[in-house]
Ligand binder design. Structure first.
Ligand code: ATP
Length: 302
């Protein structure tokens, strides 16, 4: 946030974005704002629209309907203005495989006036990348590290990571998370990363956006998401054949007299509804982001 300014600067502003591929709506009216300094975890099932959204932020796709602004600019109209401030790591890596590590570093440095060679050297050492290794001969994990080096060494204002951990071993994943954490520590940097690994999202994000079939189904601070979702175990006086129908319950498990709800909101409301059905709450606990994701995904599918 700028000194003396009450409103945080908006780094990303997406409004009512629509993208169709043939008859399929990959993005169906997505709106999203990311403020400077935020770490946003973008989650969603395969095909939910995460990569399509990220491609719009990079200006690789033009908004069919709606608008996209990054640093206040249209990424399609002003690629240098936007891309010069974005560090990007894709799931595929997209590196020139014929280059050696030192060539990649020199080539990338030429694009960015803010390239920090000392930081690049430090990352290269830390990641154990030999200068003379050809990218094409590196393991998937080492290639991901090389991509990360390039994405980080110019200290981008916005770091975009699309499934950076996909298919990588825990040690490489730890490096990637570490890089995100260090980027956040660098004042005023903003991070958006998409991931299927919700335990990772939980470790580093302060906000989570969940997309489902091209729509945003959840957009909230992680702490608030965790605070407002509970697992509630209950027993009823008589066995039930169906889960109770109560607004606020986004998933049910159980049978007979014992049921368990994933509940969104104040549990006092649930308590009253359950009591009216001849039941009582026996236990309330927190829920993992994984469980919350699965519940919202199946609710959305319904
Ligand atoms: P994943 O987690 O599997 O990477 P995602 O959330 O990133 O998925 P997208 O890659 O954005 O999802 O895809 C959203 C939808 O758009 C999917 O149904 C996908 O099949 C479709 N899609 C994406 N790119 C294209 C394309 N170039 N041509 C046709 N359909 C596409």
């Amino acid at each position: 946030m700028k000194r003396g300014c009450l409103v945080a600067e908006k780094i990303v502003e997406v409004h009512d974005l629509v993208r169709t591929y043939g008859r399929r709506r990959a993005l169906d009216g997505v709106s999203l704002t990311i403020e400077r300094g935020a770490v946003l975890g973008l989650v969603g099932q395969n095909g939910a629209g995460k990569t399509t959204l990220i491609k719009h932020l990079l200006g690789l796709l033009r908004a069919e309907k709606g608008s996209v602004r990054v640093f206040g600019l249209d990424p399609v109209a002003d690629p240098p203005g936007v891309l010069s401030k974005i560090g990007y790591l894709s799931e595929e890596g997209d590196l020139p495989l014929w280059m050696r590590v030192d060539e990649l570093v020199r080539y990338s440095a030429a694009f960015y006036p803010g390239w920090d060679q000392q930081y690049a050297d430090k990352l290269q050492k830390e990641f154990g990348l030999s200068s003379d290794s050809r990218l094409g001969t590196l393991s998937k994990g080492q290639r991901a590290r090389a991509g990360l080096l390039v994405a980080l060494a110019f200290r981008p204002e916005l770091l975009l990571l699309d499934e950076p951990s996909s298919g990588l071993d825990p040690i490489v994943r730890r490096d990637i998370l570490g890089a995100i954490i260090r980027t956040i520590a660098d004042e005023g940097r903003t991070v958006l990363f998409s991931s299927h690994l919700l335990s990772e999202v939980e470790q580093v994000s302060d906000r989570v956006v969940m997309v489902q079939a091209g729509r945003v189904v959840l957009d909230d601070d992680l702490a608030h998401i965790k605070e407002t979702h509970h697992r509630v175990d209950m027993v009823f006086g008589e066995p039930r054949t169906d889960a109770p129908a109560i607004d606020g319950a986004i998933a049910w498990e159980g049978g007979g007299k014992s049921w368990s709800a994933l509940w969104l909101g104040e549990t006092v409301q649930l308590e009253a509804a359950i009591a009216a059905m001849g039941g009582r709450i026996v236990h309330t606990s927190g829920v993992s982001l994984d469980d919350i994701f699965v519940a919202h995904a199946s609710e959305g599918a319904r």
